[in-house]
Ligand binder design. Structure first.
Ligand SMILES: Cc1cc2nc3c(=O)[nH]c(=O)nc-3n(C[C@H](O)[C@H](O)[C@H](O)COP(=O)(O)OP(=O)(O)OC[C@H]3O[C@@H](n4cnc5c(N)ncnc54)[C@H](O)[C@@H]3O)c2cc1C
Length: 390
């Protein structure tokens, strides 16, 4: 088989790219998406405990592909504060004329909606062992998955992943923080509000969580970033002690907490490729950059990678004889600013609030206060986090 484009990795970013390409391709069957085999009983992703805050731009993109999952919890207002220090800022959807700043969805719901749309797309989906590029045959790559081999004009790395201490890239830094993830319940929930609280160990976020079929309201997806040894202790507490610890760290704004369900732990760091293109190979999403989850940017940025790449590859889809390398080089140039600004923001925020130096932390608190007073600064910051650079 000869493919025009092969995508290695059918996570949210790879799947979105596949759908965008299928829409523009004269022969969608020449686009190959390689993903792991999903178990027949439960979706493979059901075990993934991450909740994703997707911004307005991502929602518009997925909805346009018929892959926007129903039932997400909208974020109308975001409250940002710093524990034990002056300063807070409030960002509201009303300030930007959008129906919501973002929507919280389980990772599994996003993948399932994309999978359903892929089934109708006409592209070639290969499910099996991890796919790999074996070698180059002239200007075409030879790709293998299980016992099948084929050649491809362009190969897209969308294998994703979370921060890995072993994987080295141009910018590789561990924050010496772990994220604890859990679904918690608040006794005085505030519908539509998300909370981001900077502590001296890292940010603590509470995001409104979908009520689900059981109409179970008052739940929050918690992402608590703290030192690894603290995270280990938090993970081993019983539910009641964990809920009390959360109350002490977050404060009394939402009443008392109750822990509902298991806790999961992720090591955090940044792992960024400076060069995302090598000839006719290109990396997008987490394969190109793994970020700190502060402000929920990783998937949003990856979806913008997918949109940018689909646009760049349009001439190849119209005419498979078009040389691919210049198209990919143009893609890399066009995406550079958004990648660096978003990565820079998510790299800066968790470190600056956790310096342990009181004057710096007070200054950050004042900056938050300043942000609250100044629409001119707050607007561009929120817009970058909501839509990225277009
Ligand atoms: C705690 C935490 C909270 C987060 N919260 C948010 C948030 O609120 N908002 C947000 O925008 N982002 C958030 N993120 C980031 C987000 O999870 C990632 O940016 C996003 O999942 C990246 O998508 P992806 O498709 O690039 O990679 P992945 O989601 O990792 O998917 C890659 C897929 O490729 C498959 N694969 C791997 N290797 C191969 C291979 N060789 N062949 C075939 N298939 C392969 C994998 O099995 C997987 O299915 C968070 C991350 C963490 C850790």
């Amino acid at each position: 088989m000869q493919a025009d484009i092969t995508i290695l990795g059918g996570g949210p970013v790879g799947a979105t790219l596949a759908l965008l390409l299928a829409r523009a391709a004269a022969r969608p069957e020449n686009i190959v998406l390689c993903r792991p085999r999903r178990p027949s009983v439960a979706p493979a992703t059901a075990a993934d405990p991450r909740s994703m805050a997707l911004n307005h731009g991502s929602r518009v993109l997925l909805a346009s592909l018929g892959a926007w999952p129903e039932g997400g919890a909208d974020i109308l207002d975001v409250h940002v504060s710093q524990r034990g220090r002056l300063g807070r800022t409030h960002i509201s959807h009303a300030d930007f004329g959008v129906p919501a700043l973002g929507t919280v969805l389980p990772y599994a719901a996003i993948v399932e909606a994309l999978d359903a749309a892929l089934d109708l797309s006409g592209i070639t989906i290969r499910a099996g062992a991890p796919a790999a590029i074996l070698r180059h045959d002239g200007d075409r790559a030879v790709v293998r998955q299980d016992d099948d081999e084929w050649t491809s004009t362009v190969c897209v790395h969308a294998e994703g992943g979370t921060f890995d201490h072993q994987a080295r890239n141009d910018l590789h830094r561990s924050y010496r923080q772990h994220a604890i993830l859990a679904i918690v319940r608040a006794s005085r929930p505030r519908p539509g509000w998300a909370w981001e609280r900077f502590t001296d160990e890292g940010p603590l976020a509470l995001l409104p969580y979908p009520a689900g079929a059981a109409r179970d309201t008052g739940r929050y997806a918690m992402v608590w970033c703290c030192r690894p040894e603290h995270a280990e202790r938090l993970a081993s507490l019983d539910d009641a002690s964990f809920a009390q610890a959360l109350g002490r760290a977050f404060g009394a704004r939402l009443g008392d907490f109750a822990a509902a369900g298991p806790r999961h732990r992720y090591p955090l760091g940044i792992n960024l490729r400076r060069k995302v293109v090598d000839g006719t190979r290109v990396a997008i999403g987490n394969a190109a950059q793994t970020l700190h989850p502060v402000a929920g940017q990783g998937m949003n940025l990856g979806l913008r990678d997918a949109a940018g790449l689909a646009e760049a590859l349009a001439p190849l889809l119209r005419n498979p004889a078009t040389p691919a390398a210049p198209l990919l080089a143009a893609y890399a140039r066009a995406r550079a600013a958004d990648r660096w600004v978003t990565s820079g923001l998510t790299d800066f925020m968790p470190r600056i609030f956790a310096t342990g130096l009181a004057p710096i932390e007070h200054a950050c608190g004042l900056a938050l206060l300043g942000l609250d007073l100044s629409r001119t600064v707050r607007g561009p910051l929120a817009r970058q986090l909501m839509e990225g650079l277009r």
